[in-house]
Structure formats: structure tokens, C-alpha cells
Ligand binder design. Structure first.
Ligand code: CAO
Length: 423
């Protein structure tokens, strides 16, 4: 049994943010029916293709465990199919540009009238306000949500991060909203609208920076690399690799850093393990020196302290350094490349990295469900081919009889009309 067995999702999502959400729900057992435009499908099927005419990894890695039906939702017969799906499904999830679903005729009022129990979940770039009509992609959200202005080094431009906090982060937020709405529906019997704006999702993940914005009014941010020699303006500056929390940290070079771009370790000078740190790096005198012994005394000297620690880390490779530091409970982490992550056996063992077989692509690696549940174990099943399940959904989910299916097929609403019907 799976946690969301019995929940049926009408998945109108595309690209990354929405598909992340519905993939998660599918991993928890929901029956996710992905609606795609006949002959076209989710645009990512054809984007960043590594093998010609084969669904891209972009698509396959975001659409596991789903079924695909092709329907032209602007065609009158296609609308009939969508309406029937709305009446059978529990949740409609979409991340179209603002207004697109309304233009198809599926406003919240219409959806609610067709199925009062339906939860209608949407991702947009922005909430109500000056930018509400804008189309938005990942990096736009990172910029508008406060991430880019606070990422990077003080003397460089704003930076986006490789973690897809705008798309996948917002999909995660939406999934939680949907599950909460399903829970509330148990009590009320009614669906509701669930909306997440990507700007809001990113800001939620950047809340420590809004914390720092307010701290700035009371003096310099002493854990930031700008302290004590640099200057602070009126907005939170970029903090390089400084830790976002109360324990100073930095990324330090390890052995072979000259040739290996990932020969680095994240090192945290956690106060309770200051003494072992001093011993490990060969500075036992810092344990009692009043200039170093207490966290407050160390703050103005963090650069010098991390430079000294780096002299030690540069003599070890990142895994050797990890082994030594972990013996003393000194918090640290190797900078792992995607190659190392792909090869890491422990991630395979937990199902976080999985090998999936696909009929046209063959075997590929994907990221499995990072949320582990003891009584709802996720299996990763390959993504559907375009329209692979159109027939079975019309027949088994909507229970349309053969004559009705033939009529819809002939109309062209679910794909190219069959030759016989067209003639
Ligand atoms: N049948 C018929 N028409 C369909 C259809 C179907 N099955 N599926 C989609 N369409 C139509 C839509 O109705 C829309 O038509 P109109 O503009 O005429 O109403 C059209 O396809 C394109 O939809 P779109 O505007 O959403 O797509 P886009 O590629 O131009 O924009 C994106 C993409 C992501 C910028 C936009 O959807 C968006 O801003 N979404 C919200 C924010 C979001 O999720 N962004 C993250 C994307 S992941 O990086």
C-alpha cells in the first residue's frame, strides 16, 4: 500500500516546477494522469536531447510513475474529455502561464461546479501584484525571490544556484499544499484552490537572509566575510561561502585542488569542538589564547583562522580530511561532484539514486524519492511515452464506450484522426 493510493491527479503540468510536484505525489501512490498536447507533449520531451528523437533526460527524470494522455484541451471534443477527467479526479495541478487555464475554459468556478471536491493547485511565477501576469522560469524566480542578490562573492555579480529552488522548490511547496487540502477535504467534503508563487517559494527558502536584513539595522553582520574590514550597505550583501547559521564555516582547498575542481571541503568551526580543531590543525596554543579561545574573539579573525585551517586541509584529500575530522565530531562535508554522487553506492542502496530502464532510451540514472516512509515505499517507474495511456484512460478511467472513443478519435481531439475516420 502507498500513502496516496486512491488519489487521482489530473496533471496539466509542464517543464519542471509542476512536474516535480506531481512526480512526488505519484511516488506516494497517486494515479497521475498527465495531459499533453497531441503530437507535441511537454516541451521538455524535446529539450536538451542527448539521443535524437528519444525523450530527454529532462523529461524522463521529472515524469516518473505517471500516465500520459494526449488531449487538445481547446478542441470541443477535447474539452469533453477534460471535463470528464475533472469529474473523476481529486486534484488538478497546473503551471501554465497566467490566464492560460481560464482561456481553455477551466476557471476555478467552472472546475468547482463540475466537481466540488476537486482541489485545484497552481504554480505561477508571482502572486497578485505588479508582476502577476509575467511568465517565469527558474532563474527569474531565484532573482526575484532574494536568492541571487545574496549568492556569490561580495566583489562579484549576483549568482544563481544550481539547486533548482525556483522550480523544484516550488513544486515541493505545492505538493505539501495539496496533501494538506486533501486532509482538510476529509472534514469538509470540499476542494479548494492551492496556489504557490515561485517568488514566494524562493523567499521562503531564503528566510535567513530576510533575518539578516533586519539584523543589519543593529550593526554589522559579524559572521559575514565583510566583517571587520569591509563595508556593509543597506541591503544584505553576498556572503561567499560563509555559513548561514550561527557557526562560522567556509569552503577550503584540499590536496590536488590545483587540478581537481572539486577538491574542497566545507569546514565548520563549531564552538564546542574548537579544542579538537586546534589540535588537528597543529595550533594547540589557540585553545587557551584569549585572542582565539572564545567565539566572539574569533569572529574578527575568521579569514586568518580559515587560512590556517586550509594549510592543514591542503595536505589531505577531502575524504581523508573527513575521516579525521569526523573522529572529533567536527562538522564538515566534502564537495561532491555529480560524478561522485552518481557513483556513490550508499545513495544507490537507499534508492536516492536509481537506475531506470526506458523502452527507447535504455538505462539511465535518476534521483528517487528523497522522502523515505516506512509504510509507503516509493518505486521509480519510467516516464510515459507521449500519449501512451490515452486509450486505457478513456476506456478504464472514464469508462467511455467504444463508439464514443471512436467519435473522439475521429474528431482529432486526442491526436491525429485515424485515416479511416478522416476519409
Ligand atoms: N491542448 C491545447 N492547448 C494546450 C495544451 C493542450 N493539451 N496544453 C497547453 N496548451 C496551450 C495553453 O493553453 C497555452 O495557450 P494560450 O497561451 O493560447 O492560452 C499554450 O499552450 C502555452 O502555455 P504556456 O503559456 O503556459 O507555455 P509557454 O511555453 O509559453 O510558457 C512558462 C512556459 C513556464 C513560462 C509558463 O507556463 C509559466 O510562466 N508558468 C508558470 C510559472 C512556472 O511554472 N514556471 C516554471 C517553469 S519550469 O522552469
Amino acid at each position: 500500500m502507498k500513502a496516496l493510493d486512491g488519489v487521482r491527479i489530473l496533471d496539466f503540468t509542464h517543464v519542471q516546477s509542476g512536474p516535480t510536484c506531481t512526480q512526488l505525489l505519484a511516488w506516494f501512490g497517486a494515479d497521475v494522469i498527465k495531459v499533453e498536447r497531441p503530437g507535441v507533449g511537454d516541451i521538455t520531451r524535446g529539450q536538451l536531447q542527448d539521443i535524437p528523437k528519444v525523450d530527454s533526460l529532462y523529461f524522463t527524470m521529472l515524469n516518473h510513475n505517471k500516465r500520459s494522455i494526449t488531449v487538445d484541451s481547446k478542441h470541443p471534443k477535447g474539452k469533453e474529455v477534460i471535463e470528464a477527467l475533472i469529474q473523476t479526479c481529486d486534484v488538478l495541478v497546473e503551471n501554465f502561464a497566467p490566464g492560460a487555464l481560464d482561456r481553455m475554459g477551466f476557471t476555478w468556478e467552472r472546475v468547482h461546479a463540475l466537481n466540488p471536491r476537486m482541489i485545484m493547485a497552481s504554480i505561477k511565477g508571482f502572486g497578485p501584484g505588479p508582476y502577476e501576469d509575467c511568465k517565469v522560469y527558474e532563474n527569474v524566480a531565484q532573482c526575484a525571490g532574494g536568492s541571487a542578490s545574496t549568492t556569490g562573492f561580495d566583489d562579484g555579480p549576483p549568482l544563481v544556484t544550481g539547486a533548482q529552488i525556483g522550480d523544484s522548490g516550488t513544486g515541493l511547496h505545492l505538493a505539501l499544499g495539496i496533501v494538506c487540502a486533501l486532509f482538510q477535504r476529509n472534514a469538509t467534503g470540499l476542494g479548494q484552490k492551492v496556489s504557490v508563487a515561485m517568488q514566494d517559494g524562493v523567499l521562503n527558502l531564503c528566510r535567513v537572509k530576510l533575518r539578516d536584513q533586519q539584523r543589519l539595522a543593529h550593526g554589522p553582520l559579524t559572521e559575514y566575510p565583510q566583517y571587520p574590514h569591509g563595508t556593509f550597505g543597506d541591503a544584505v550583501p553576498r556572503a561567499g561561502n560563509a555559513s548561514g547559521g550561527g557557526q562560522p564555516g567556509w569552503i577550503l582547498k584540499c590536496k590536488d585542488w590545483e587540478t581537481d575542481p572539486n577538491a574542497y571541503i566545507y569546514f565548520i568551526c563549531q564552538a564546542p569542538v574548537w579544542e579538537p580543531i586546534c589540535d588537528v590543525i597543529g595550533k594547540p596554543e589557540w585553545k587557551t589564547d584569549p585572542g582565539y579561545a572564545k567565539p566572539a574573539a574569533r569572529l574578527p579573525k575568521l579569514k586568518e583562522i580559515f587560512d590556517t585551517i586550509e594549510h592543514w586541509t591542503m595536505t589531505k584529500d577531502k575524504f581523508e580530511a573527513m575521516d579525521i575530522l569526523n573522529k572529533y565530531d567536527i562538522p564538515c562535508g566534502p564537495i561532491l561532484s555529480m560524478k561522485e554522487i552518481a557513483e556513490e553506492q550508499s545513495l544507490r542502496d537507499t534508492g536516492t539514486v536509481v537506475e531506470v530502464d526506458h523502452p527507447t532510451r535504455g538505462k539511465y540514472l535518476s534521483v528517487g524519492n528523497p522522502i523515505k516512509m516506512s509504510a509507503s515505499v516509493s518505486e521509480v517507474k519510467r516516464s510515459p511515452l507521449l500519449g501512451e495511456h490515452t486509450g486505457e484512460i478513456l476506456r478504464d478511467v472514464l469508462r467511455f464506450d467504444p463508439a464514443r472513443i471512436a467519435e473522439i478519435e475521429a474528431s482529432g481531439a486526442i491526436g491525429a484522426p485515424t485515416r479511416a475516420a478522416a476519409e
